[in-house]
Design a protein around this ligand. Structure first.
Ligand code: F6P
Length: 341
């Protein structure tokens, strides 16, 4: 077989580990050939590809980003997009695709599989918010980076008796904020699933100062105040209709200063969380996903995604992968609340 590989959506550490495992097992065990499509769905849409042989995937396991490039191109929003992909795959002699991505990339994969293309999905997102898999690679790396940042913020917050706010990624789900906040001993964690009460946040801040410690707040970029309590600004939309986030940390900075009189400073971690080398956990998960994805393609599967269930890698229908967003349950947030204030 000749198999196309692409990485779409926001990048994350571990993508190269998947590509390496797919190609190594595909070539060395099954004797397949590979072609790498550039920049997510833009590659098959515009027929832009690069060779992908074993030599091309040597040494990439510890490397962040993706050697194939990525984009948020949505071919379903382009007139005749699906037909163009079909033609370009046929022209490149490609029989099947391995699509590595999050809800948007896999949503396109689901639509293409439903229209007869052979597609196997691999889930990725630092947000860890895909319902059909227990974990996605990239999440552990992002949490590790955020935790290290929080550890560093603690020491400087104490020196200056300041409120330090750490804004982490997490558009719809607060997993990075919850895990890094727990691991880093944050005094308040704010997540999108639970609109916050600014008065309560300020009470936690004042209580922490009363104990003669400096408060650390961890806030997910998608966190929102309770309706009607604070005005927020909406960002511009991408091809999948998502707003560009970032800004809640600075809003909190201003409001906390105004309401408590204490100096507050926000650090926005942003894309630092998505860059650099994956943790060992993410390298192993990415590698196992890649090995199982190429098994699925070799066995003639389509419309499925590999997923982690407990410690096993299983196959689930692609449609199921994008059906539910995995958000932080109330009881998980309640565990963290014990440490607030
Ligand atoms: O979906 C992953 C993610 O990192 C989100 O946490 C974040 O909102 C978004 O991507 C940022 O996307 P971009 O890199 O396009 O700004």
């Amino acid at each position: 077989m000749r198999i196309g590989v692409l990485t779409g959506g926001g990048d994350c550490p571990g993508l190269n580990g998947v590509i390496r495992a797919v190609v190594r097992k595909g070539v060395e065990v099954y004797g397949h050939e590979f072609v790498g499509f550039r920049d997510g769905w833009k590659g098959p849409l515009e027929g832009i590809s690069r060779p992908l042989e074993v030599a091309d995937v040597r040494g990439i396991l510890p490397r962040g980003g993706t050697i194939l490039g990525s984009s948020r191109t949505n071919p379903l929003k382009v007139d005749g997009g699906v037909d163009r992909i079909r033609e370009n795959l046929a022209a490149a002699g490609v029989d099947a695709l391995v699509a590595i991505g999050g809800e948007d990339t896999l949503g396109v994969a689901t639509a293409l599989a439903a229209q007869g293309l052979t597609v196997v999905g691999v889930p990725k997102t630092i947000d860890n918010d895909l319902g059909a898999t227990d974990y996605t690679f990239g999440f552990d790396t992002a949490v590790t980076i955020a935790t290290e940042a929080i550890d560093r913020l603690h020491t400087t917050a104490e020196s200056h008796h300041r409120v330090l706010i750490c804004e982490v990624m997490g558009r719809h789900a607060g997993w990075i904020a919850l895990h890094s906040g727990l691991a880093g001993g944050a005094n308040v964690i704010l997540i999108p699933e639970r609109p916050f009460d600014i008065d309560e946040v300020c009470r936690y801040v004042e209580h922490r100062f009363a104990l003669e410690y400096a408060p650390i707040l961890v806030v997910a970029e998608g966190a929102v105040p309770k309706a009607g309590t604070l005005a927020t600004v909406e960002g511009e939309l991408d091809a999948f209709g998502h707003a560009r986030l970032g800004g809640i940390g600075h809003l909190l900075e201003r409001e906390i200063e105004r309401r408590t009189g204490k100096e507050a400073r926000a650090t926005v971690l942003g894309h630092v969380q998505r860059g650099g080398s994956p943790t060992a956990y993410d390298r192993v998960l990415a590698t196992r996903f890649g090995l199982h994805a190429i098994d699925a393609v070799h066995e003639g599967e389509s419309g499925v995604m590999v997923a982690l269930k407990g410690t096993d890698i299983v196959r689930v229908p692609l449609a199921e992968a994008t059906r539910t967003l995995k958000t932080v349950p109330v009881e998980r947030y309640a565990e963290a609340e014990v440490f607030f204030g």
